[in-house]
Design a protein around this ligand. Structure first.
Ligand code: DX5
Ligand code: ZN
Length: 224
């Protein structure tokens, strides 16, 4: 099931409620919230209070992407703030199995994330328990970066792997996604698309999402 997740990192933080309203009409079900700590990634963004505020103004699911060191310390707080799914970087977790179970113990979906340089073999032992896998198509930390095309080889390999294991977790991609490259991502096996600047940077964000949905549908129709 193809889903487009607008990333609020590219939205106007002084007007988040209005920004959410601008994408609401497009049939999306999830919003992506990027949490950065200035340590795991070289940038600082939002935290628990912003997720809690968003929770009050929308019924969309909130997908929280933790780009932070020691994520275990904050999982409960984000769950209580109203996150519906929480993803953590493999590179930031010393005990990834424990962290996945910690997230699931709060009743939320647990995602694991890989940076572009990290191979999918590092997830081998947790694939049977994860709820989704996010493959970064930029080095995390900033919106508006160029899509790293080599990630599609990882998507294809992960898609193969989930088929061979009989698993159904969605594959998410994040970074540099637009109507121009969504088709090739769909054909490679991506299900969930995070899009920041191509949505909120557009004059009409809902129309930008609809264009991506159309491209994605056409790619599915063409088949592999
Ligand atoms: C990057 C973040 C992304 C970011 C994507 O570190 O994880 O979610 O918002 O932004 P765009 O779509 O502009 O590349
Ligand atoms: Zn993200």
């Amino acid at each position: 099931m193809i889903e487009i997740l607008p990333s609020i990192l590219a939205a106007d933080f002084a007007n988040l409620e209005a920004e959410v309203a601008r994408v609401r009409s497009s049939g999306i079900t999830m919003l992506h919230c990027d949490v950065m700590d200035g340590h795991f990634v070289p940038n600082i963004s939002i935290g628990v209070p912003v997720v809690a505020s968003l929770r009050k103004v929308t019924d969309l699911k909130l997908d929280v992407h933790l780009m932070i060191e020691e994520p275990d310390r904050y999982i409960e707080a984000f769950a209580e703030a109203g996150a519906d799914s929480i993803s953590v970087h493999q590179e930031a977790c010393r005990h990834l199995d424990r962290t996945v179970r910690l997230i699931q113990g709060t009743g939320k979906l647990a995602g694991v994330v890989l940076n572009p340089a990290t191979p999918i073999s590092t997830l081998e032992e947790v694939l049977p328990i994860v709820d989704y896998v996010l493959l970064m198509s930029v080095n995390p930390g900033f919106g508006g970066q160029n899509f790293i095309g080599r990630v599609l080889d990882k998507v294809r390999a992960l898609d193969q792997k989930r088929r061979s294991l009989g698993l159904g977790f969605p594959i998410q991609i994040d970074g540099g996604i637009s109507a121009r490259n969504i088709g090739e991502c769909v054909r490679a096996g991506v299900d969930w698309f995070v899009a920041g600047s191509s949505v909120f940077g557009a004059k009409n964000p809902a129309a930008a999402i609809e264009e991506m949905q159309t491209e994605a549908r056409e790619a599915t129709a063409v088949g592999i």
